[in-house]
Design a protein around this ligand. Structure first.
Ligand SMILES: [Zn+2]
Ligand SMILES: [Zn+2]
Length: 191
């Protein structure tokens, strides 16, 4: 097993949090980190005790679901609620933050934003981050990080591919199966 980087570790946490999202339109997760320690996390969902989009559908106004609090905001509010300073902290988000969240992050003193996927990246958000001296960096998340059985699955697929080769499947077909396996496992162990 390869040791994962801090960036992948915190990004994995945000992707786990996104699995708790209650909005059917988009699942977002955010993790606030200080000195390599997770100080808060959030996902997009309703206010505590409120009804969920997953149960009653989204509340859409102007093409936005207004029922949910965004992941970044939830993470910041968790800090506010429990009195945890966010000055100088970093945030890991699954998607590029919306304009409102971007402003809130700047105002809360977040100094570094790591995001996995581009999502309607607002040019004004980028401008404000730049103005405030907030570093913004895309960290592509390797989803196989969350698969604890990755190696066993990979070995199994390798066996199947070898078996196919023995059965006399054409080179062309074999390389197609192989390409697909490499895409899924993000590794090139099989050649
Ligand atoms: Zn919703
Ligand atoms: Zn937002």
């Amino acid at each position: 097993m390869e040791r994962i980087s801090w960036n992948q570790y915190f990004m994995a946490q945000s992707h786990l949090l996104a699995l708790r999202s209650t909005c059917t339109r988009l699942a977002v997760g955010a993790t606030i980190v200080r000195d390599k320690r997770i100080i808060a996390g959030g996902y997009n969902g309703s206010i505590a005790g409120g009804v969920h989009c997953t149960d009653v559908g989204c509340y859409v106004v102007d093409n936005h679901c207004v029922r949910t609090i965004h992941a970044e905001m939830n993470a910041l509010l968790q800090c506010a609620k429990f009195g945890v300073p966010t000055e100088g902290a970093e945030i890991y988000v699954t998607h590029f933050p919306c304009l409102q969240c971007s402003k809130a992050l700047i105002q809360a003193g977040i100094k570094q934003v790591y995001y996995a996927k581009n999502y309607k990246n607002h040019p004004y958000a980028l401008e404000l981050f730049d103005q405030a001296g907030v570093q913004v960096e895309q960290v592509e998340f390797d989803e196989t990080t969350l698969d604890l059985k990755k190696n066993e699955k990979w070995d199994y697929v390798k066996q199947l591919l070898n078996h196919l080769a023995q059965l006399g499947v054409s080179e062309k077909e074999l390389s197609q199966w192989n390409e697909q396996a490499i895409k899924l496992f993000k590794t090139r162990l099989f050649s």
